[in-house]
Ligand binder design. Structure first.
Ligand code: HPA
Length: 276
């Protein structure tokens, strides 16, 4: 049997989810990076749809990322939370990584809060800081838009001028001010992983203008801009990037810092949701 095309598979996934959520209309997608998983517990009367049950859905193998969508009210908004997401380093191509986000678009979502754990490249930043993503750098040639254009979702050559939407950035700054959170700002640079970067790669990233590095978010941001979704990007800086501190990473450090930051990160995202 010939494989169904990508757009048909997206519709099939969205139609399946609609049978689970009834008339509920999600407006905002939130991807939960390390340190935010507990946000899912705050959704009121959630409808939980496991990725495993959704036809065509990629399932993450990363620790702390096994996944489900949580649909419901959070901070007064109709949300669709992604608890768990898959990454390119697991062997998925970018088109597959962004499949859930595009499915959310078909369900009516128009804004996305994309969160992640990242390594700090800017030496003025500290472990545990939150960083508002103002822009990104991706030098790998792969793109979530590569291949035949999905005309139903967006145009062939979308611009990335406001990849991280200025209005949502302004909202995030206001919320940080109100919550007395020292919100850092900067450029997130995508590395494919799963290996961490070399010290030379981090020096190069700094020269290029990066303030943080990580292995997610950029494929989703590109796909979101393509399909007309506004993006707010937030990184939790879980470690100083390679070579800044003269020591090796300890396995589990990223998840541990994520847990520590959870209350602050949660408060911040709830504040943003309220104002979106
Ligand atoms: N590099 C890449 N991805 C990351 C890092 C890092 O230092 N920390 C958390 N995710």
């Amino acid at each position: 049997m010939p494989e169904k095309d990508y757009m048909a598979r997206l519709h099939e996934s969205a139609d399946f989810i609609k049978t689970k959520i009834g008339g509920f209309k999600p407006e905002i997608l939130v991807t939960l990076g390390s340190g935010l998983a507990s946000l899912a517990d705050l959704v009121e009367n959630p409808t939980v749809v496991s990725y495993r049950d959704i036809p065509n859905f990629p399932v993450s193998t990363a620790p702390g990322h096994d996944g489900a969508f949580y649909f419901g009210k959070l901070a007064g908004k109709n949300v669709c939370l992604m608890k768990g997401r898959c990454h390119c380093y697991e062997g998925y191509d970018m088109q597959t990584v962004v499949f859930p986000l595009r499915t959310a678009r078909l369900l009516g979502v128009t804004q996305a809060i994309l969160t992640n754990a990242a390594g700090a490249v800017n030496t003025n930043f500290r472990v545990g800081d939150l960083m508002l993503i103002t822009d990104h750098i991706k030098i790998s040639p792969e793109s979530s838009l590569r291949g035949e254009n999905l005309d139903e979702l967006g145009i062939r050559f979308p611009d990335m001028l406001h990849a991280y939407h200025p209005d949502l950035q302004a909202t995030a700054r206001n919320v940080a001010h109100e919550c007395a959170i020292n919100l850092r700002e900067g450029v997130y640079m995508f590395f494919g992983g799963p290996q961490y970067e070399t010290p030379a790669e981090i020096r190069a990233a700094r020269v290029l203008g990066a303030d943080a590095v990580g292995m997610s978010t950029v494929p989703e941001t590109i796909a979101a801009n393509h399909c007309g979704m506004k993006v707010l990007g937030v990184s939790l800086l879980t470690n100083m990037a390679a070579g800044i501190e003269k020591r090796q990473f300890v396995d589990g450090e990223v998840l541990e810092e994520g847990l520590k930051a959870q209350p602050r990160f949660t408060k911040f995202i709830l504040g943003c949701l309220e104002k979106m």
